[in-house]
Structure formats: C-alpha cells, structure tokens
Design a protein around this ligand. Structure first.
Ligand code: MN
Length: 257
C-alpha cells in the first residue's frame, strides 16, 4: 500500500494570506487558531461565500480543506443557470476563522472595502463518502464536483480549472451549476439575495455611508477589467469552456510561431 500523503499544515498554507495583510490595521483574523473539530463534525466541510466590495465587487467562495479555506474570487458571483459559467480566480488560502468575518477592511489596506456574509453551510464531494481525500485529489486535478448545503447555494456544482492564468499568475477556474432540482435557467442568485445570511444587513448597512462608492447598483457590464483587486485583469463576463479552449489554442499557435 502506498503511504498516504500527509496534508499540508494550515500554517504553511496561510503564509501568503498573512504576508498580504497588516493585522494591526485590518479587523480580519490572522488565523492559526483552528479548534480541532469533534469527531461527529469531521466529515462536514464548511463553505462560505462573502460578497466583497473591494476595488471591484466580487464574491469570495471558500471551501474548507485541510484546516484552511481554499478560496476563489468570483467577479459575477454564482449563477443558478447551468448554461452560465462564471469565472472564478483562485486566490490565497484563508484561515477558517475568516468564515465569520463580516465588516469593512480599511481603505488602502489589501482588499479594502465591505465584506458581507452572503452564504454559509457545508459541502461534500459528489463522490459518495469521499470526504476530504476526494476533495483534495479533485482540487489537485482541477475538476471539483461538489454538493452545497447552504441557505442559497444548494445542490450540485462544479469548479473546473482552465489553463488560463491571471496577470498575477493565479489559476482561473469556472464555477458552473449542474442540472438538478436546484438549477434555475435564467435565474439570478446574487440579484435575488442581497442581505447577509448572518446579520440580515445589506452592504450599505455594514459599510455605513456609501457616498461615492458604487456597489451592486452598477450596471452589470459597466465594470472595466481591473488589475489590482486580486492582481488579475478580468474579462467583462465569464467565458464559456469553448471560448477558453479557442483562446488557449490560439495562444499555443502563437508560441509555436
Ligand atoms: Mn475578496
């Protein structure tokens, strides 16, 4: 029998998260105080989605694995329509303590802006009884099929890694709803639900005065690609798998020339 590979330590996985932040200035948790879960809860992996009005509004999807939250920034948030593939840029692992964070990161600090807890609950790999081992290998492969048990995120979804990278070198993924009883062709989860699942507050209520800030009232396609919110230049809308493949083929062809 092959020796089981030891999962990485939470501490090692959080080094990038810590390097980017000044915990004297931001109210975000430093992490590293993960309380060992009771055996009864071991198989339930937590997930959260945080709506984050940073340089550009986006939704941070976080899935628990090996003591940290694997994280993706999803510019347009999750879509319940299986035809609607949403870009999800992989970002640094976050501490599990981040799952209760809601508030405002000071302007000028990394990720400055308001954070609202948009959804939370638990998830499992689609592979029955697979647990964390199944999630770990699916994540490494870049083809992660999961079932969400949240207030707003329900049923089967997939995260597929593309071969694209952001300017900052972060892998790009697509977040796609699978067809099931919770799929809603033409539906819009992020327009339907604008309050916190934890506090019932809106972005404005969490952030205080809005003034010149633009939140969800911005027309959907008006957002220009920004280069500083995750270090990634983003397309105006999420791409289809076919588009991603075409672009990849074109890039390969250019390289060969
Ligand atoms: Mn964010």
């Amino acid at each position: 029998m092959a020796p089981r590979k030891k999962p990485p330590s939470a501490r090692a996985q959080l080094s990038e998260y810590r390097r980017k932040r000044d915990f004297k200035r931001t109210g975000e948790p430093a992490g590293g105080n993960t309380v060992r879960k009771s055996p009864a809860r071991v198989t339930k992996l937590a997930f959260v989605i945080q709506k984050h009005a940073a340089t550009r509004l986006h939704y941070d999807l976080r899935l628990e694995l090996d003591g940290v939250m694997k994280s993706w920034a999803v510019p347009r948030g999750p879509s319940p329509d299986p035809m609607d593939k949403r870009l999800a840029v992989q970002v640094e692992d976050h501490p599990t303590e981040y799952n209760t964070f809601e508030g405002t990161i000071p302007k000028g600090e990394y990720g400055g802006g308001t954070v609202l807890l948009w959804d939370r609950g638990w998830y499992e790999p689609e592979q029955k009884g697979g647990g964390a081992d199944a999630v770990r290998s699916a994540y490494a492969k870049g083809d992660l099929k999961v079932v969400f048990h949240g207030k707003r995120m329900k049923g089967r979804w997939v995260l597929v890694r593309t071969r694209g990278y952001g300017d900052g070198g972060q892998p790009s993924w697509l977040l796609i709803k699978h067809r099931d009883a919770h799929a809603e062709p033409g539906g819009d989860l992020v327009e339907t639900h604008v309050t916190s699942v934890a506090s019932k507050r809106t972005m404005e209520e969490i952030g205080g005065s809005v003034k010149s800030r633009v939140w969800h009232s911005r027309p959907r396609d008006a957002a220009r690609p920004e280069s500083d919110w995750t270090g990634t230049a983003l397309p105006k809308r999420s791409k289809s798998i076919a588009e991603v493949r075409r672009e990849r083929a074109a890039a390969e062809a250019r390289k060969e020339r």
